[in-house]
Design a protein around this ligand. Structure first.
Ligand SMILES: CC(C)(COP(=O)(O)OP(=O)(O)OC[C@H]1O[C@@H](n2cnc3c(N)ncnc32)[C@H](O)[C@@H]1OP(=O)(O)O)[C@@H](O)C(=O)NCCC(=O)NCCS
Length: 163
């Protein structure tokens, strides 16, 4: 089910860090980013980072991180609370990060995903990301990583007036 049009997404602020760390722990377990790692990502906003949050009544339920350098934007993280997965939130975050990358003038979107992460691979495939490389044994326990890419069509950059 997708309900992207009504998803309330906003840029993360420093006050979101503790709740985002709890979300990380709930979803990513041993691989979770802690408060310091999250604060480091936020410190890169807006120069090289975009951090977007989906907030519901009880707090953040999903978030995503984009790193943009030159022509290349890379999705660093998309995390959705288990109780809210499969409701279009991950897709909404990915779409918003993609638009942000386009408005930054990036011409390609990259990301890395574990080869055995079927939900994430399905999400990314649905959004036009295709495999360009496999990194064997890249993750713990010898799991392979896949590098995915999507070329980006240009969008009007932030601050540029409409033609
Ligand atoms: C991967 C993840 C972000 C997907 O978020 P989500 O909000 O559940 O995804 P959406 O509801 O937007 O799904 C969009 C599409 O992706 C695909 N998809 C998502 N989860 C899927 C699953 N478990 N099985 C099969 N397809 C799936 C489907 O095509 C889905 O569309 P549909 O529901 O209309 O069929 C979420 O499962 C998650 O947080 N996983 C743990 C963290 C992680 O692995 N993040 C990615 C690497 S950092």
């Amino acid at each position: 089910m997708t309900a992207e049009a009504s998803v309330p997404i906003h840029p993360a602020v420093t006050d979101d860090v503790p709740a985002l760390a709890r979300l990380e722990t709930a979803v990513m377990g041993a691989d979770a980013w802690g408060e310091q790692a999250l604060a480091d990502e936020l410190a890169g906003v807006p120069a090289t980072r975009t951090v977007l949050v989906v907030e519901e009544a009880g707090g953040p339920v999903a978030y995503g991180v984009l790193r943009a350098v030159g022509q290349t934007a890379e999705v660093q993280r998309i995390v959705v609370h288990p109780s809210r997965q499969r409701h279009g939130l991950g897709g909404a975050v990915l779409r918003a990060l993609t638009v942000n990358a386009q408005r930054r003038g990036c011409s390609e979107l990259l990301l890395e995903v574990a080869a055995d992460n079927a939900p994430a691979r399905a999400l990314y495939a649905a959004h036009g990301l295709v495999e360009i490389a496999r990194r064997r044994g890249y993750y713990s326990a010898g799991r392979d990583a896949l590098v995915l890419r999507r070329p980006l069509e240009r969008r009007r950059p932030y601050g540029e007036p409409r033609a």
